[in-house]
Design a protein around this ligand. Structure first.
Ligand code: GAR
Length: 201
């Protein structure tokens, strides 16, 4: 069975592109059913259109409260009959209302080795802390910020002369490998969650 993905993205969408490419080559038994953004100018929306994928912009300012915005998000995801929601640089925290009402599991990619450096500017946080290794994490989304059960992680070295840009680039290359791999494992039914632990068969 090909899994139908809803990808939520706020920015340039290189992780979305990695998922599109992997679905086209058949590397992942999944297809992107819809791309949704909270930013009108997001390059992610253009990438979707260029690949014949429905691209939906939802303006948060049209909704008086977060719940109404999120219920519109949920409606769109359901309209496209999605099996899994993938956050790919979606820069909004989903509320407990969204999580309680989502019919799909939600996964996220984050540019650090969680639980280190959650939230914004993870690569800058890693550099400032002085860690020798960082990386990226694909995890299920729960009520916390970047705190859900960890599916996969990849490690990269941090060099003394690294800048935020150079470290981000090194991590991003791993993100583009890791996110399709995680989706593929889920699509194959090889991922089980027990409490905080994720088992991969
Ligand atoms: C990626 O590095 C992703 O890990 C990060 O935003 C970037 C999006 O890049 N996400 C977070 O920091 C979420 N906490 P992209 O738009 O090119 O995929």
């Amino acid at each position: 069975m090909r899994l139908r993905l809803a990808v939520l993205a706020s920015g340039r969408g290189t992780n979305l592109q990695a998922l599109i490419d992997a679905s086209k080559t058949g590397e992942i038994p999944a297809e992107i059913a819809v791309v949704i953004s909270d930013k009108k100018e997001a390059i992610a929306l253009k990438r979707a259109k260029d690949n014949g994928i429905p691209a939906v912009y939802i303006d948060r300012n049209n909704f008086g409260c977060k719940e109404l915005f999120e219920s519109t998000l949920l409606d769109e995801i359901n309209k496209y009959d999605c099996d899994l929601v993938c956050l790919a640089g979606f820069m909004r925290i989903l509320s407990p209302y969204f999580l309680a009402n989502s019919e799909q599991k939600i996964i996220n990619i984050h540019p650090s080795l969680l639980p280190a450096f959650p939230g914004l500017h993870a690569q800058k946080q890693a550099l400032e802390y002085g860690v020798k290794f960082s990386g990226c994490t694909v995890h299920f989304v729960d009520k916390g910020v970047d705190s859900g059960p960890i599916i996969l992680q990849a490690v990269v070295p941090v060099y003394e002369n690294d800048t935020e840009e150079s470290l981000s680039e090194r991590i991003l290359r791993e993100e583009h490998r890791l996110y399709p791999l995680a989706v593929s494992l889920i699509a194959q039914g090889r991922v089980k969650v027990e409490g905080r632990k994720v088992w991969i068969s």
